[in-house]
Structures are given as C-alpha cells and as structure tokens.
Design a binder for this molecule. Sequence first.
Ligand code: GAF
Length: 397
Amino acid sequence: MAAEDVLPTETLLQEACNAFEKRFKTKPRYGAKAPGRVNLIGEHTDYNNGFVFPMALPMATVVVGCATKSGICRVETLATGSAVDEPTYIEFPLKNVKKGPPKWSNYVKGVVAQMTEKMPSFDAVFISSIPVGGGLSSSAALEVATYMLLEQLGGVSSDLPIIQKIVKCQKAEHEFAGLPCGIMDQYISMVGQDGSALLLDCRSEQGRLIPISDPDVIFLVINSNVKHELTGSEYPTRRNQCKQAAKVLGVPSLRDATEAMLEAKKTALDEETYRRVRHVITEIRRTDDAATALEEGDYPTFGRLMVESHYSLKDDYEVSCRELDQLVEFAMHMKDDGVFGSRMTGGGFGGSTVTLVESRNVQKIVRYIDEKYKKIGKKATFFVCWPSEGAKKIPLY
Ligand code: GAF
C-alpha cells in the first residue's frame, strides 16, 4: 500500500475541457481552481472567534466554463463520490436561483445567487481530486472554484476585498447547503500559499503565514473513508451550545472566555456544555502554541498538542468516531518510528486524520497503519501533503 498520487491541475483541466466539449459542443473560455484544506489544529474554534491553523492541499477542484445567452445555467460534475444515484448534470435558471437537489449543485447555486444582475448564464464542468465526504473541504473548494469562474464572467467585481469574496462563499454554504459553518474552509481555499500554513485569527479575520519548508517532515492525511456529513444536527447543535455558553459566561464569544471564568460558572452550565466550552478554550490556546512550535521546528511539542487536541475533540466535544480514534492510535504506535503527532481534522463524525511524520519514514508508517486498519475491516486512503497554493483563475486562451 502506498500513498495516493495527486492528479496535477493540468490533468484535471484537460479532462474537464474534454468533458465540456463533449457535452456542450464548444470549447470552454475560462478556468479556475480551488484547493481543499487540512486543518493542522484549531477545530471548532472558528465560529467561536478563535484561532485555526489550516493549509491548502495539493488536491483541488477545477472548473471550466463559458458565458451563454440562454438564461439557463448548465452544470456538470465529474467529481466522483457524490451521493449515490445523484444526477451529475443539472440545468437551472439564472434568475431567482433556488436551492434543491442534487446536493452538490447547492454549493454552486449558492454562489450564483449572489452575483450581480449583469452576469450572463453559463455552461460549466467541474472535476476534483478532493475526496468527497473526506472532511477535506470539497464543498468549500466547490464554492470557491465557482466564485473564481463567475468573477471572470463579470458576476462580481474582481476588486472586491478578499474577505468579502470569502464571506460570499461562506454564505452559499449557510443558505444553500444549510451548514452554519465558520470562515476557515473558504478562507484557506481562497488565500492558501505554497509552502505555508495559515494561522488565522477568526476574530480579526487576519492571517499570518507560517512557512513549512523543512524537507525532513511531512503531513500525512488519512481518509478513514467513513463519510462525514455535517449538515445534520450535530454541527449546529455544537455551535448553539457555544453561543448559549458565551451568554452564561457573559462574554461576546468563547474567544473571550478563560478557564477561570469557566470554573467560576461551572454550576450554571450543564455538564455537557461545560465540556464543550473546555474544549474550545483549551483548543484556542493549543492552536496558538502549536503554530509557535511549528515555526520554531519544535515537532515534538507540535505533535503533543495534536494528540491533546484529538482527545479533547473525542472526549469533550464528542465529534470523533471509532475509526478516527483508531487511526490516531495506530499512528501513535509509531511514535518511535517517526510519528510526532496525529489527530482528527475538520468537522468530524468521519472524514480524515492528519499526522506529522518524518519524511524518511512515511512509507513504513503508511504500511503499518494500513495493515492495522485492514485488521478491523476498514480501508483507508493515504495522501502525503505539503502546503499548496490557494484559488486561482486559469484563462484558457
Ligand atoms: C467544518 C466547518 F465548515 C468549519 O467552519 C469548521 O468549523 C470545522 O468544521 C471545524 O473546525 O469544516
């Protein structure tokens, strides 16, 4: 078992162009790309105004398209892994866009709905190397890729400040996909930089790039292949618990809460909410400390904080699952063989883990975890990841 090869952007682009010509009998005029993300640490902190520490992945969504005069938007996806039996092609009117099946189309429609009157209808084909339901933000990448395409069609001014572009993509997710997500996924997909992770302060919405250029270490992303679906009730419930707890603690958001405040108000909170808040307060501190550790090349400290984060998500926030816990456990068996730390990443309830490893040992680590995971009847997918570039437009001719 070896780590997956990530398809290069050029290959995705070529396949999308071929499919476009086949379906629409003409060549696409514009292209765009938006990456998935892995969050290194700082989970369920973005909607609490805390810190997050993601990096853009080499896996990305690519779209090609052109303007039309019909007033009907025609969109095809070649991304595999969408809900079984969902159509991969859809047509919808440009005006008064409404949400509705197939699920994947809502990420596109939610962005289209926010464009100016001047934007023409369009034809588009999407393709992606981001595993769907892998907790690696395939949905944010779909929104951001759509945005980058529609900007070229004149749907919105390219002079708009970047934060407004990000917020439009986030709004698409809130209003059309029904997930009250924070800002992290759309932010990193839009602004990610080759060679750096981003320490993002979700209160000021300002990020600081932290270079990760040591060839001796690498991030291993492991998809548990337990499909994560965040649009159910668990994510909004957590978000609401945090909001209510902030009220009880008398702070604008949990970013402003401290452990001393939490202890002082312990009896005013139910036991579950107490643990939720404890996760958020400790996770925000861990994220800041972890970014400093990584910047200083202190991998043992970074790794320890990753593991602490995982157990806080498992026990206090309760968003992990058995398979993610096992992947972290198996990875940590290899701590004398080049594993510094491991944790679940993203919203949880399935999806992926992220593990910091010594580059020279990566194949041995992959083999070990793969075998252990197979023994419990599961099949994982492994990606060796480095911090990659953010979204960009790709003019086609
Ligand atoms: C999902 C959300 F979309 C993010 O905003 C973030 O809250 C994350 O879960 C948890 O850290 O990816």
